[in-house]
Design a protein around this ligand. Structure first.
Ligand code: GLA
Length: 382
């Protein structure tokens, strides 16, 4: 966790609201494998990281609430009655959404002020949005003694994203951000929302992220389209979700779906199987196999599920050319953001430098390299 970030948020809150706040850190996440499987009730393999959102929150004795996005130098004043999504669809919808979903559970909160700042860029595919939602719900739960469990809180965060932001996301991001465990990744069953923690120590290898620094437009609607394609195919198959379908089941409805939707469903069924294999590979310290599964995952995301982009494909192709990289794939919703690479520790720096140069030559833009530590989930900071 970035202590400077916490300090900056605390100071900004004190200066702006003249009161001593409760401080919360809510992490972003990585995902080793299992992409677009969460809303199909499959498996994912995320971990909370030491980057995320720091928030300061306190009751307000005025008759309104203020939310302050420090990075954006943007302050919004709002009333707890009659909250509606803001039309501009900006950062405030994450805050409004959480407040409204808490109220929908008949929990009563009073006026409050909140200030926050993050150290992961939006659009990196590292869930800065889930981190923000979780920081708000966690802070309000603490401030007004709402008695919400962590499971209830992540469902509130998810609903905020569905109903106020308009992205019909799964539960992976909110879960990983809330339940993260230091040095562990969570093999999460998205049907039962229970996870098994795996200690991640890859010995002479490590995970490294490379951010394309691009976020292609329309990614939200493309995300929702994929989710509904999966749901339509589940309906055709008469199963609750694609989690319950096999490749053989899918073959039987080949002539009832378009070839592109067939490939999407096939990808999901295969990715769920890959994620279970990845857990076994980690148990057996078989990093070659894990890396191989990561490459397969990217291939499926790019060619079958069609959520990659030129920049992500380029980074993965650079990884494939380097023998020290055992596996690489795009991470998160797609259409931009980061790749996650499983790479030899000794070679990580060289690969990062060479790839950054090649990226710049090809796209005339910079990519960014992040080394992250697997960390504790959303918590109060003293
Ligand atoms: C986004 C969503 C998650 C998940 C991933 C893709 O991060 O918020 O729920 O679906 O995309 O795996």
């Amino acid at each position: 966790m970035n202590t400077l970030l916490i300090k900056q948020v605390k100071e900004a809150f004190l200066t702006t609201f003249k009161a001593d706040p409760i401080l919360i850190f809510s992490p972003g996440r990585i995902n080793i494998i299992g992409e677009h499987t969460d809303y199909n009730e499959g498996f994912v393999f995320p971990a909370a990281v030491n980057k995320g959102i720091a928030a300061a929150i306190q009751k307000s004795d005025t008759n309104e609430c203020v939310a302050y996005a420090i990075d954006k130098e943007s302050k919004i004043t709002f009333d707890l009655e009659n909250l509606k999504p803001s039309k501009e669809g900006n950062w405030e919808n994450y805050v409004f959404g959480v407040v409204a979903e808490i109220q929908n559970k008949n929990k009563v909160i009073g006026n409050f002020n909140i200030a926050f700042k993050g150290d992961i860029p939006g659009g990196a595919g590292m869930s800065s949005s889930a981190a923000l939602e979780n920081s708000v719900v966690f802070g309000l739960n603490e401030l007004f003694n709402l008695g919400l469990t962590k499971h209830e809180m992540i469902l509130i965060s998810q609903k905020a994203e569905h109903n106020y932001v308009g992205v019909k996301c799964g539960i992976m991001d909110q879960y990983a951000s809330m339940f993260g465990i230091k040095d562990h990744a969570l093999h999460l069953d998205c049907r039962t929302t229970t996870s098994k923690p795996y200690k991640i120590d890859f010995k002479d290898h490590q995970l490294m992220l490379i951010n394309t620094n691009v976020k292609h437009s329309l990614s939200d609607s493309a995300y929702n389209d994929r989710r509904s394609a999966c749901e339509n195919i589940s309906e055709l198959l008469e199963v609750k979700s694609l989690r319950d379908a096999t490749e053989a089941d899918l073959e039987k409805i080949l002539d009832q779906v378009t070839p592109t939707n067939f490939q999407k469903a096939l990808y999901v069924i295969q990715e769920i199987a890959r994620t279970r294999k990845a857990a076994k590979a980690i148990e057996n310290n078989d990093l070659e196999l894990l890396g191989h599964l990561m490459y397969q995952s990217h291939d499926g995301l790019s060619n079958q599920y069609k959520v990659s982009c030129e920049e992500l494909d380029f980074l993965v192709s650079q990884a494939k050319k380097n023998n020290y990289v055992l596996g690489a794939r795009m991470m998160g919703g797609g259409f931009g953001g980061c790749t996650i690479n499983l790479i030899s520790k000794n070679e990580a720096k060289n690969f990062a430098e060479a790839t950054s140069k090649a990226f710049k030559n090809t796209f005339d833009n910079e990519c960014s390299v992040y080394f992250v530590a697997l960390s504790q989930g959303t918590h109060i900071v003293n």
